[in-house]
Design a protein around this ligand. Structure first.
Ligand SMILES: Nc1ncnc2c1ncn2[C@@H]1O[C@H](COP(=O)(O)OP(=O)(O)O)[C@@H](O)[C@H]1O
Ligand SMILES: [Mg+2]
Length: 355
């Protein structure tokens, strides 16, 4: 899918703005603070129903205004109009003029990947960042994955509550926990199975891009790291571990095993990237993972994703930048926000929009 037109009203620094886009995308050029990231943010909101910068929609309303509205016209495998309205503390999302009642109706219509300078957190940040990376990819590939994920979080909260109340002495027994454990293991095992099912292809794809972008032809490897020992099956291993760690769970007041504790292990030439790689290598790795994600979506969904690239290439050298741009432009519609349009302009044929 790609976006053909966007209409902004009172969104951040845009009072009224109407822009049309090429199928290939464009460079968004302009000085710091002119609204490049804001424009990318508005496209992101149409796809995910939330911002990547804030959880508070009030911040998105132009100062001294009462509401904002974003309208986007998408085309590709099908035509779709998506509208996001926010006024008086309430948000409303409409698809083809019909208001949706559940976010699940929105997610998955359009595949979109954001690349930004923050992506280095994917490498250096907490394991939760890497789980989120997998979860967002799988949610776009399988609608039932998102349902499982939401169910898992609900069951986990309940189970943790029982453990926590016992720990602080507000509860004497933990009767009822077995029911939560059963549900947790059922849903959690499905989540792990799905995650494992894409690892081989994802690893190949990410290491392909890493080798392409890195001059030394280093080897990147991305593997799934379970929080427990695999037994006969995922389910059995999960059960065994969760039962074995009951004492520890009671002590800490939380669930210590499961997909919420799993993570990705990322290495370059078999060394953990977090500890040994340079910042440039870590950035290149993060970009490779994100581009692999986009390329993966394209092949598995049979639909081109949209790529929002917010200064992500700013810290890369010229050779890497050119390779990255050449790769992303073959995958889908690209919006590249940059203050350095002159240099990037010589590298691809994307049109320039002055912001
Ligand atoms: N709610 C808002 N109302 C008005 N202006 C805003 C709002 N939120 C952010 N801005 C303005 O948007 C500008 C930043 O835009 P941004 O897209 O981040 O710039 P850049 O082109 O550097 O990416 C700042 O000048 C900021 O003051
Ligand atoms: Mg910016």
């Amino acid at each position: 899918m790609y976006i053909e037109e966007i209409v902004l009203e009172n969104f951040r620094n845009y009072n009224e703005k109407n822009l049309t886009f090429d199928k290939a995308g464009s460079f968004l050029c302009g000085m710091n603070g002119c609204g490049k990231t804001n424009l990318l943010e508005s496209i992101y909101i149409l796809v995910y129903g939330k911002s990547f910068k804030t959880i508070n929609p009030e911040e998105l309303v132009m100062h001294s205004k009462e509401f904002f509205r974003i309208k986007g016209f998408f085309n590709g495998t099908h035509k779709k109009k998506i509208e996001f309205r926010f006024s008086h503390g309430k948000k409303k999302i409409l698809i083809n003029d019909v208001e949706i009642t559940n976010m699940k109706e929105l997610i998955g219509n359009v595949a979109l990947i954001l690349l930004s300078l923050n992506d280095i957190n994917l490498i250096t940040g907490e394991p939760a960042m890497r789980r989120r990376f997998l979860d967002s990819l799988l949610s776009l590939l399988f609608p039932d994955y998102l349902s499982d994920l939401l169910d898992y979080r609900r069951v986990l909260r309940q189970r943790n509550k029982v453990l926590y109340l016992r720990k602080i002495g507000r509860r004497d027994d933990i009767s009822g926990i077995d029911g939560w454990t059963d549900e947790l293991v059922q849903i959690g095992s499905r989540i792990i199975k799905r995650r494992l099912s894409i690892m081989k292809d994802l690893n190949e794809c990410a290491s392909f891009y890493y080798t392409l972008f890195s001059p030394q032809k280093d080897r990147l490897s991305v593997e799934y790291a379970l929080s427990f020992q695999l037994n006969e099956s995922i389910k059995e291993g999960f059960y065994e571990s969760i039962n074995k760690r009951r004492e520890e769970e009671l002590e800490k007041g939380m669930t210590l095993t499961g997909p919420h504790r799993d993570e990705l292990s990322i290495t370059i030439n078999e060394l953990p990237i977090r500890k040994y790689a340079s910042e440039g290598e870590q950035r290149t790795c993060a970009i490779s993972l994100k581009i692999a994600q986009a390329s993966f979506l394209k092949s598995k969904r049979n639909d081109s994703p949209i790529l929002l690239i917010d200064e992500a290439v700013a810290e890369l050298d010229k050779v890497r930048t050119e390779k990255v741009l050449n790769s992303v432009t073959t995958i889908g519609q690209c919006f590249v926000a940059t203050t350095n349009c002159e240099m990037l302009n010589t590298m691809t044929t994307l049109k320039t929009i002055d912001i």
